[in-house]
Design a protein around this ligand. Structure first.
Ligand code: SAH
Length: 221
């Protein structure tokens, strides 16, 4: 009986996931690789079971500790922007949260380093990614405002919490030709920026859109 119920609810979740992919496509996400990664990764496994009926609605959801899982459209948009110049070997993610964006990136790039300041979230994400058999990811409990010098430079850096201004460490740890995607602004509203490091001391900036992320905070918890 349980099995029958599980398989029918899994089928419903699969249908909802497919609808979400169509919606993302209509919203302007063109990369078939990004859409395929979002089709592959089950978002409902990254949130509380009580919320799984909402897993494939196109909005952010709470993941506990005052944090959120980002809206699917924003995950797709940031990932597409990060990969716009072609495939990447090494990517740093700041703000692992539940690990959903990490899992999407892991389908598309060589290696993902992801840092999170909240130990409980990092541990939970670690378990989920292991269960899904994702093994090209390294998670660390650390303050992402300092980037992660150990594995720098990165061809891509993606930040999923908003600082008031771009941390210098992230600019410095970007490889030449590398791309940084980051929301910047106060706690009410931020600008999602794409920064390309053209030359050693030259960065090109593009505005992607207005967004609302949780703040990038100081220190560990
Ligand atoms: N990437 C997530 C979004 C998580 S929300 C997703 O897939 O949906 C942003 C996360 O950034 C939170 O978990 C928060 O704890 C974390 N964060 C905030 N400030 C940070 C910092 N200085 N260093 C690392 N992580 C930080």
């Amino acid at each position: 009986m349980k099995q029958v119920k599980n398989s029918s609810s899994n089928k419903i979740l699969r249908i909802q996931r497919e609808r979400l992919i169509q919606q993302l496509h209509h919203q302007g996400i063109k990369s078939s690789k990004v859409l395929e990664a979002m089709r592959t990764i089950p978002r409902h496994l990254f949130i509380d079971e009580a919320l799984s009926a909402h897993a494939y609605a196109n909005h952010a959801l709470p993941i506990g500790y005052g944090q959120t899982i980002s809206q699917p459209y924003i995950v797709a948009r940031m990932t597409e922007a990060l990969l716009s110049k072609g495939p990447l070997d090494t990517v740093l993610e700041v703000g692992t949260g539940c690990g959903y964006q990490t899992a999407i990136l892991a389908q598309l790039v060589g290696k993902v380093y992801s840092v999170e300041r909240m130990k409980r979230l990092s541990e939970k994400a670690h378990k989920r990614l292991n269960l899904l058999g994702i093994n090209n990811v390294q998670l660390h409990h650390s303050d992402g405002r300092w980037g992660r010098t150990e594995n720098a430079p990165y061809q891509g850096i993606i930040v999923t919490a908003a600082p008031p201004k771009i941390p210098n460490a992230l600019l410095e740890q970007l490889a030449l030709g590398g791309c940084l995607i980051i929301p910047v602004g106060d706690s009410n509203r931020q600008k999602l920026l794409k920064i390309i490091r053209n030359r050693l001391h030259h960065y090109e900036q593009h505005l992607l859109e207005e967004v609302k992320f949780v703040p990038l905070r100081e220190g560990l918890s």
